[in-house]
Design a protein around this ligand. Sequence first.
Ligand SMILES: [Zn+2]
Ligand SMILES: [Zn+2]
Length: 81
Amino acid sequence: MAEIKKTVKVPGEVKCMYCDGTGKHQNVKCVVCGGKGKVNVVDSTRKCQWCKGRGFSMPGIPCTNCGGTGATRPVDKQRLF
Ligand SMILES: [Zn+2]
Ligand SMILES: [Zn+2]
């Protein structure tokens, strides 16, 4: 809420690769995007090298490198784990 005043332009918004933009994963709210289906990342042009942009390294487990976004690091989180 307090951060709304800062009108920082988001570097990039990408579809959440972990839930494939649905906002849900296995009938629960997606942990990566929080149910939005999209995530803001530091650089949307670069794919995560670790998961090759899939958002997960193993099914059911978000990629620890990109936090499940499939791109670079999420803006608001340092790491998911
Ligand atoms: Zn998601
Ligand atoms: Zn990744």
